[in-house]
Design a protein around this ligand. Structure first.
Ligand SMILES: [Zn+2]
Length: 524
């Protein structure tokens, strides 16, 4: 402190001398900079920032390679920056606050940065190319999983010749326990990026002669002893067309194989297969070594729609808690991927309600991991694969409902008592989409997939009589497209634990793999 003071004093003296010499000012006429007023110092903004600064300046950095015995990678599918901001406000408002000041679980992590998400052949990326970048350390084309960029999409032979090894492969080869958890189909791009190598992400249950489909690659995985915990949707890719599941839907496999049975045969008594909430609740972690849970024929339900499920299914945070219990059984650490898979689907439907409520649940799942791991030996990374054409705009007053219409401030900065009107005389929402199927009002409908049956409607609508905060409200869009698209701007990355400081700055998406490998000692 003494040293710092003397440096400052020297700096001031030098400045004054320089000014005198130039004749622009003299030491005698200069007044000292005004001290901070008591009001300024006592402001909660001032005090909160001071305590934040105190914490940040005491931060210890563990730079030792291999110090992260455990790694958990959280991917919010489609969780761009505007989604994080809006989800943060929604979460805060659900707790009765104004919302803007709230912090989601991962926003409390010490390190954050930006990630560039483009694919080798696409400016705005898809989830297969981006997930491959995260998991293998090299970027590749859109639509392919863990084959390099020389492979043409859909080229079976070239795909077999150019496979890429994943971080999960490396963790298995190190004898670590592994887990993959998603609210999407477990054969969908992000979860599949941990284990599958295919030149076409659509080969979830069927592939051309000579190539293996994604579901088959999962149950046959030969790195280590295969993945220990698998929880998500996508049951239909594992059962033949001749079999009807407990929710009344037929399987999709045309080769007659029942991969659930094959998986059970492979692992025997220590393995548990579950497909509903009851089965999930009954899992005894102490007695279960391998766990396969397929809770839906296709994707799992949106969090806001979960109670409508026939057979019942766990939430993302519940699956994360269970997954952790199981992977933490090993001596040699673990690697786990957790995906909030349906944030993306809510956005594609043009429904901010489900995108945001799923993002809030995703943040809850991260909290579970933060509460049940140590910053000493566990690297937790939270990021998104890509963004969406989702905007937060207008000048709503502080605390305005994030899903509401824009109510602004008057000329004195106080909130007005009615929504503002655009140049067309109609009110407008804070949240909107640059493209997509646009406006629809499905009232209390909590399943965004229902939007597919309603007509597309680009452009403006008179929202005066419509409650835009309801689950079934679909925001207006400018450019009419069947489905709202991904966004090409950077996404955020947040991290804590050994090596987390390496994820600051602006980096290419494939860099994340390199941090995981160094921090986890996965190539040592
Ligand atoms: Zn998407």
């Amino acid at each position: 402190m003494k040293f710092l003071n003397s440096v400052l004093a020297l700096g001031v003296a030098t400045t004054i001398a320089a000014c005198s010499e130039s004749g622009a000012s003299t030491a005698e006429t200069r007044t000292a900079p005004p001290a901070l007023s008591t009001d300024q110092r006592n402001s909660t903004w001032y005090r909160d920032a001071q305590s934040r600064l105190q914490q940040a300046s005491q931060r210890q950095i563990d730079n030792t390679p291999g110090a992260a015995k455990n790694i958990i990678l959280f991917v919010g599918d489609g969780m761009g920056i505007s989604t994080v901001t809006a989800a943060r406000i929604l979460a805060g408002q659900q707790q009765g606050r104004t919302g803007e000041e709230y912090q989601l679980s991962f926003e409390q992590m010490p390190f954050a940065g930006l990630i560039k998400t483009y694919n080798t052949n696409q400016q705005t990326s898809d989830s297969a190319g981006t997930a491959s970048a995260l998991m293998t350390g090299v970027k590749t084309k859109a639509g392919v999983l863990n084959v390099d960029e020389t492979v043409a999409r859909g080229d079976c032979k070239a795909g077999l010749e150019h496979p890429l090894t994943t971080a999960l492969d490396l963790a298995e080869l190190h004898g670590k326990r592994t887990g993959i958890i998603s609210t999407a189909r477990i054969t969908h791009a992000t979860p599949a990026s941990t284990y599958a190598k295919v030149p076409e992400r659509g080969w979830e249950y069927q592939a051309p002669e000579g190539c293996r489909d994604i579901a088959a690659q999962l149950v046959e995985m030969d790195r280590g002893d295969g993945i220990d915990v698998i929880l998500g949707g996508g049951r239909r890719a594992f059962i033949p067309q001749s079999v009807t599941d407990l929710e009344g839907e037929k399987g999709k496999r045309t080769d007659g194989r029942n991969l659930v049975q094959e998986w059970k045969n492979r692992y025997g008594a220590a393995a548990t297969y579950i497909e509903d909430e009851k089965g999930f609740k009954a899992v005894d972690a102490a007695k279960t070594d391998k766990l396969l849970g397929l809770f839906q024929p296709s994707h799992m339900r949106y969090e806001s729609d979960r109670e409508n499920d026939k057979a019942g299914e766990p939430s993302l945070s519940e699956m994360t808690a269970k997954g952790l219990e199981l992977v933490q059984k090993g001596e040699d650490g673990y690697f786990m991927l957790v995906e909030g898979g349906r944030i993306d689907h809510g956005h594609h439907a043009g429904n901010a309600y489900n995108a945001l409520t799923d993002a809030v649940e995703f943040a809850k799942a991260v909290q579970v991991a933060m509460d049940n791991t140590s910053t000493e030996d566990t690297l937790i990374i939270v990021t998104a694969d890509h963004s969406h054409a989702f905007t937060m705009a207008g000048y709503p007053t502080r605390g305005n409902p994030i899903l509401g219409k824009v109510i602004g401030n008057d000329e004195h900065g106080a909130p007005q008592d009615a929504p503002q009107l655009a140049a067309d005389g109609k009110p407008y929402t804070t949240l909107g989409y640059a493209n997509g199927a646009g406006f629809a009002d499905l009232g209390d409908e909590t399943n965004s997939d229902a939007r597919r049956d309603a007509p597309a409607h680009s452009g403006r609508v008179d929202l005066t009589e419509i409650d835009t905060t309801k689950p079934g409200f679909y925001q207006e869009s400018l450019v009419p497209t069947g489905s709202e698209t991904h966004g090409g701007e950077d996404v955020g990355i947040w991290a804590r634990g050994p090596g987390s400081h390496l994820l600051t700055g602006t980096n290419e998406q494939n860099y994340v793999f390199h941090v995981m490998v160094r921090s986890g000692g996965l190539l040592d």
